[in-house]
Design a protein around this ligand. Structure first.
Ligand code: AMP
Ligand code: MG
Length: 348
């Protein structure tokens, strides 16, 4: 299949191109597009064949459900059994934006889209290109991240093309994404609302609206012996090709440990994910900074791009500094831990 790659600016949206993309989706085709979190691989969420195509294009296991993207609150009622009060409150505060809610699905949503579950994940993206496209497509677009399964989510259109060129009808290049990590997922079908995946909308943010919130115990550990509540979280994810280890501890010890490991790595090409304050002091073959440690938003935005750059440069062994796991840091550490298959070394 030939993939048409088009550029659209969020501040100046080309209506004709959006209509063309919408028509592809309505006809059961696939279009990759920018959202404020990461690039999405879109198909008509109410068409079971489109969902099957999404799984095939990504190489994604079909028990890993898709998030349905909508463009206005009015589109929610038809696809869910009911709208609980908590969902209303969360939507009012965080939509459009990087928050996904899990609710019981209505019969309109095919099981192909929900990976066989009776619940459905729903989000209203903040990016205007995304919302215009969803409207042009008929209102419901299933869109997992636009990467081949297991790879870091794409934060630039060039990485979408790297993974999906020839597998989708169109890629919309909308430039940089603003957030860089996938949405926060909150399950509203259990007794108490529960965070299934941390993201830019933090636990503290959610507690401004909800009286209480639980957390899936598997988010930051892999020793709980339980399966994650979001089926997709059980897979190795976001992973670069190189072997990644996270190193946690005071700065000087981390530096010393990583440099000693790099020295020992023989003729393997080594890489380090450091921060502005430390990056110049590493001796690896490729040393990259994700930015200033205090600026968590910037770290979130840079992380996946840097993981992909290590792939581009064929780095074989990678060490990353750890981050505080509160606030947005929790999402950063959750993704890093998954990318590393939970390989974490603590140095004291
Ligand atoms: P992605 O679209 O690549 O960001 O991945 C979607 C994430 O949402 C995966 O981790 C899924 O397992 C999770 N998810 C989607 N639908 C549901 C659902 N109905 N229940 C629980 N988790 C879900
Ligand atoms: Mg993904």
């Amino acid at each position: 299949m030939d993939t048409k790659i088009v550029k659209i600016k969020e501040g100046h949206i080309d209506g004709a191109l959006i209509q063309e993309a919408g028509a592809i989706l309505k006809a059961g085709g696939l279009v990759a597009f920018p959202t404020e979190t990461v690039y999405g691989l879109g198909g008509d969420a109410l068409n079971p064949l489109s969902s099957k195509k999404i799984y095939a294009a990504k190489g994604r296991p079909s028990d890993n459900p898709l998030i349905v993207h909508i463009a206005e609150f009015g589109a929610l009622a038809p696809i869910v059994r009911e709208i609980p009060e908590n969902a209303r409150k969360l939507a009012e505060k965080f939509w459009p934006g990087p928050l996904t809610m899990i609710l019981y699905k209505s019969d309109l949503v095919p099981y192909e889209t929900t990976g066989g579950l009776d619940t459905v994940a729903i989000r209203m993206p903040g990016n205007r290109i995304a919302r215009e496209l969803i409207r042009a497509a008929g209102g419901y677009v299933a869109a997992p991240s636009a990467n081949r399964s297991g790879r870091p989510s794409p934060t630039l259109a060039k990485y979408v093309a790297q993974d999906l060129e020839g597998r989708v009808e169109m890629i919309i290049d909308g430039g940089d994404v603003k957030i860089g990590l996938e949405s926060t997922i909150v399950d509203l079908t259990s007794d108490k609302p529960m965070v299934l995946r941390p993201g830019y909308v933090t636990r503290q943010d959610l507690l401004e609206v909800l009286p209480e919130i639980e957390e899936d115990s598997t988010l930051m550990r892999d020793d709980s012996g339980q399966a994650p509540r979001a089926p997709g979280m059980k897979y190795r994810h976001y992973a670069p090709k190189g072997d990644l280890t996270i190193v946690k501890g005071v700065e000087e010890k981390v530096l010393a440990y990583i440099n000693a490991q790099c020295e020992k790595s023989g003729n393997k090409k080594t890489g380090v994910i450091g921060t502005d304050a430390t990056v110049r002091r590493y001796d690896a073959d490729v040393c990259k900074s994700v930015g200033c440690r205090e600026d968590e938003e910037a770290v979130a935005r840079e992380l996946y791009r840097i993981l992909r750059e290590f792939d581009d440069e064929d780095v074989e062994v990678i060490y990353a500094e750890a981050f505080d796991d509160s606030g947005i840091g929790q999402a950063i550490m959750n993704r890093l831990l998954k990318a590393a298959g939970h390989k974490l070394v603590e140095v004291f």
